[in-house]
Design a protein around this ligand. Structure first.
Ligand SMILES: Cc1cc2nc3c(=O)[nH]c(=O)nc-3n(C[C@H](O)[C@H](O)[C@H](O)COP(=O)(O)OP(=O)(O)OC[C@H]3O[C@@H](n4cnc5c(N)ncnc54)[C@H](O)[C@@H]3O)c2cc1C
Length: 283
């Protein structure tokens, strides 16, 4: 179907974009890579009267080292995330998860900021952002504020971004020297996650010294598997110890039932995939 008629603006600064968003009210919508929004418009599930394209704002693109962390502009497309040396060295889990998203075409247009703002619980970027304690910078009429990933994901397709606000950048602390792995389970190559696990561990002398684990599609938001993290710390990086800790993977989850999988099957997957992800991360 062809989308309903809309006006289109392409601001060149965050401030212009925020003003356009405020003036457009609830009929205005941000467009980033369009990979989630355009299908919604074509199905006429949404019909905004104004689209504000962030593609002309240079500040929102690119990846930089700020000392203790790596900062990714919200409009940075997936293919740049995957190819970036800084992220590969310091935030490898994000790169690994991004590599599993869809196909080359989607990874060429889709953006990290768009994916996080969209907050699809089956999306693959929320769990690594949550596990890695990412911080999101959000701009609005009254300036900029920072929100932790733990506070950013509020509910099903709902984030802490307010009505007239824009996600501008995502900052990841450095996890240099950590092992990491994103274990995704889907029915066919390039499909969405039925369930997936993002894991990063620091192994010291054969013992797991620190662990970060995030779950995809096990609730209305990405979920931090804190019980698994606690059970892993101090354990030897062996299959038996890791699988025992992975048994805690369903604590605090509310797995959905849908055409792809019933909730009890997802719970089974979460435990198995957590074991696989952590073992792969631990090398
Ligand atoms: C065929 C196909 C397969 C896919 N498979 C997967 C998959 O396996 N895994 C996966 O994770 N994703 C998948 N996706 C979704 C893809 O990752 C999208 O690119 C992503 O969800 C949205 O990013 P975008 O830049 O295209 O955002 P858009 O579609 O442009 O925007 C999405 C939403 O976020 C809002 N928004 C965007 N940027 C901002 C911002 N900076 N500030 C505030 N609001 C903003 C928009 O208003 C809109 O509501 C798939 C998409 C397609 C088309």
């Amino acid at each position: 179907m062809i989308p309903a008629k809309f006006d289109y603006v392409k601001p060149s600064s965050v401030e212009e974009a925020v003003t356009a968003l405020a003036e457009g009210g609830e009929d205005a919508k941000i467009i980033a890579g369009g990979q989630s929004l355009l299908p919604v418009l074509r199905l006429r599930l949404a019909a905004p009267s104004l689209l504000i394209d962030l593609g002309g704002i240079a500040e929102l693109k690119g990846i930089r080292d700020d000392g203790d962390g790596i900062v990714v502009g919200a409009m940075t497309p997936y293919f740049e995330v995957i190819a970036d040396n800084l992220l590969q060295e310091h935030v490898a889990l994000l790169v690994q998860a991004t590599q599993t998203v869809a196909d080359n075409q989607v990874r060429h247009r889709g953006t990290l900021g768009g994916a996080l703002a969209h907050a699809d619980p089956a999306g693959d970027l929320g769990a690594p952002a949550l596990a890695l304690d990412a911080q999101m910078t959000i701009a609005g009429a009254s300036g900029r504020r920072t929100v932790t990933a733990a506070d950013f994901f509020v509910d099903y397709f709902t984030t802490a971004i307010g009505e007239a606000e824009i996600l501008t950048e995502i900052r990841f602390p450095k996890y240099t020297g950590w092992g990491s792995h994103y274990e995704k389970f889907n029915r066919t190559a390039q499909a969405w996650s039925m369930c997936a696990v993002a894991a990063a561990v620091r192994v010291d002398g054969g013992t797991i010294a620190e662990a970060r684990v995030g779950l995809t599609n096990m609730g209305t938001t990405p979920i931090r598997a804190t019980a698994v993290e606690q059970a892993l710390v101090g354990q030897p990086a062996t299959a038996d110890a890791v699988r025992a800790a992975a048994e805690h993977a369903t604590e605090g989850t509310a797995a959905p039932s849908d055409a792809d999988a019933a909730s009890d099957y997802r719970e089974h997957l979460a435990k198995v995939l957590t074991g696989r992800a952590v073992l792969a991360a631990a090398g």
